[in-house]
Every structure is written in C-alpha cells, then in structure tokens.
Design a protein. Structure first.
Ligand code: CA
Length: 225
C-alpha cells in the first residue's frame, strides 16, 4: 500500500488525516514542521505528500520547491481558505493539486487516488489508446472516436474527456477538474466545468444514446468503465 506523508503543524488536523488514511489502508507518516517534513519526504521512500502551506520554520511552498529539486512524487498542498496567490504559487513550483481548508475528507481521498494513479501511469509505458465502451481516445493524435466515427471536439473538450477517462471510476469534483484541465484564470469559477460537461454530453451521450458521463451528487462527475 502507498506510503503517505502528512506535513501539518496543526495536531488535530494531522491526527484526523492519519486516522482516515490508515482506515483507507495507507501507511502514514507525520511531520509537524517544514524541515522535518522535507527530510522525511526525501529519506523515507514516500509515495505522496500532503503538505500544509502555513508551517513553522520552512514554509510549505519552500518544502514543495525543495522536494521538486529531487523528486517527482505527488504533492497535494493544503491552503487556507481561498488564498488564490498560494494556490498559484503552489502549482507554479510543482505541486500536483491543492485543497482548500476546510475540506471534505472524501474529496481529499479522491484526489489522493488520482495523484497516486497518475504516478503509477507515469512510471508505466504510455498507452496509445484509451477506451471505455465504444468511446476511444488516440493519445498521440489527440483525437476521439465513437466506434469508427471521429468525434469533433474542441481542444478543451478533448482534454476534459481525456482527464476523466484517465481517472475513470473516480468521482471528480468540479474544482479538481478545473485545476487539472483549465488554466489559472478560471480559479474558483467552476461553472465552466458544467458548461463543458454539457458540451461533451451533447456530442457523445445525447448523440449516440449512451450514458458515459454521470453526475455524482454533491461531488461532481464520473466516467465509469
Ligand atoms: Ca498550518
């Protein structure tokens, strides 16, 4: 099972996360400050780091930057509520994702699964084709097909579809889709996700009478195998 390091100085949050992650079967390490966190991240053969930004000593951003100098391990930053500057800074220096406190534990768990999944798929040879039912993507030409018929998708529609198909069977939140498919200018405006989901549904689900994209109430969207 994956080994996850929590770098968080707020003891209550750290313990809560530890409990939840252990419950999911992960091995968990905790560091209460930036310096210890950095050391453990680099020495303990960690698979993923949950990294708070506001830390005593070395800040989370600095820890992230230094981890990235040596490792590509997935990093999920925890930021104070809606500090866009922190989010942008975190992603700029190589964090994979971020969560805004307070967050729902289910959403953090979903993001952990996505990040670990991505790590795994990065270390495996890249598949040329992604296929779910009749829908397939040619990853090298960035084209999508229903059966033999090519789907006419815009760049963003294709990217959204690819991201969802790569993370099939995981309920993806609007914020998560926004972070991973769109650029910084859309921070916070998750409406754009709903709009593009609608486009994809018109072009695939409605057109071919299938049910590719499902809505997960209170979370976001999912494509199931
Ligand atoms: Ca903190």
């Amino acid at each position: 099972m994956a080994k996850i390091l929590i770098v968080e100085d707020e003891n209550k949050i750290a313990r809560f996360l530890e409990l939840e992650l252990k419950h999911e079967g992960y091995e968990v390490l905790i560091a209460g400050d930036g310096r210890t966190g950095l050391e453990k991240a680099l020495k303990e053969n960690v698979d993923l780091v949950i990294l708070d930004i506001m830390l005593p000593g070395l800040s989370g951003l600095e820890v992230c930057r230094r981890i990235r100098m040596e490792s590509k391990m997935p990093i999920i930053m925890l930021t104070a509520k809606d500090d866009v500057t922190d989010k942008v800074a975190g992603l700029d220096i190589g964090a994979d994702d971020y969560m805004t406190k307070p967050f729902a534990i289910e959403e953090l768990l979903a993001r952990i699964r996505v990040a670990l999944n991505r790590k795994k798929s990065n270390s495996e040879p890249k598949p040329e084709v992604l296929k779910i039912g009749e829908v397939s993507l040619n990853l090298s030409s960035h084209s999508a097909f229903y059966g033999e018929e090519e789907l006419v998708l815009t760049k963003k529609e294709y990217e959204l579809l690819e991201y969802m198909m790569r993370n099939k069977n995981i309920a993806l939140s609007r914020e998560q889709l926004l972070n991973n498919v769109w650029d910084y200018e859309y921070f916070g405006d998750t409406n754009v996700v709903d709009v593009y989901i609608r486009y994809l549904r018109q072009k695939i689900d409605d057109k071919y009478g299938i049910h590719l994209i499902s809505t997960v109430r209170g979370v976001g969207y999912i494509i199931k195998d």
